[in-house]
Design a protein around this ligand. Structure first.
Ligand code: PGA
Length: 245
């Protein structure tokens, strides 16, 4: 049982077409009548192609929309295939995920992530900043060093952090069904919070209706970044409901 303000962020990754928006009404209806909706925030981060239609659909609801990445340049430019934070803002995004491990694996460096975060804040987007260690780093017992580095380089020279939310996502738990041991997760979240006082810290990686009972008992987590399970409205609603039960 929790009585804290919690975030539920849906990361749809490269999934979904216009017809996927049909399932949103279930979540809208649920959330409108949910007794704890004042203590929770739902944010959908669909692929860029769905930001506009989704934000139109969610306009008169208490659910917000975000993007999954952005280019670091604030002005238009010859960057084929890229979209910057201003463009995302202009089609209805209020948030953007930056530093997701799937992007880091494709070569996104801490330095680039820092530039992206700065550009997003400049465009008045709120940032969901992802950090997390790989399986190999975990085995080597260097998780704290890795997180420290990701945090200090990613947030370099960013003084005002009030529009940043951190999502701790161990790479080895994303899409694998594995989650960290409760004690370990509590300690890692505390470590992140001690370094960044007053920042909200979410957990992400295989969050689902089955493991939410275990996760919700970890008192310092401020919400969840949910991939796979967020594409299924029933599972997504179940996660939210169970968090408060
Ligand atoms: P998952 O993804 O819930 O499918 O593990 C989480 C994420 O990558 O943000």
């Amino acid at each position: 049982m929790t009585n804290k303000y919690m975030y539920f962020i849906a990361n749809w990754k490269m999934f979904g077409g216009l017809n996927s928006l049909n399932s949103l009404h279930k979540v809208v209806k649920f959330f409108k009548n949910f007794k704890n909706n004042k203590f929770s925030k739902i944010i959908y981060c669909p692929p860029n192609t769905l930001i506009r239609p989704m934000s139109k659909k969610l306009k008169f609801t208490n659910i917000e929309v975000g993007a999954q990445n952005c280019h670091e340049n604030l002005s238009y430019g010859a960057f084929t295939g890229s979209v910057n934070s201003k463009m995302l803002k202009s089609v209805g995004a209020k948030y953007v995920i930056i530093g997701h491990s799937e992007n880091r694996q494709e070569g996104e460096t801490n330095k680039l992530i820092n530039l992206k975060i700065k550009s997003a804040l400049n465009s008045n987007l709120k940032v969901i900043f992802c950090i997390g260690e790989t399986q190999k780093e975990k085995r080597k017992k260097i998780t704290k060093q890795i997180l420290n580095k990701q945090l200090s380089l990613g947030l370099h020279k960013i003084r005002n952090k009030k529009n940043i939310i951190i999502a701790y996502e161990p790479v080895w738990s994303i899409g694998t069904g594995l989650i960290p041991k409760s004690k370990q997760l509590f300690e890692t979240i505390s470590f992140i919070k001690n370094k960044n006082k007053s920042l909200k810290v979410l957990y992400g990686g295989s969050v689902n209706p089955k493991n939410i009972d275990q996760l919700k008992s970890i008192s310092n987590i401020d919400g969840y970044l949910i991939g796979g399970a967020s594409q299924d409205s029933k599972k997504f609603i179940d996660i939210i409901k169970k968090t408060y039960n």
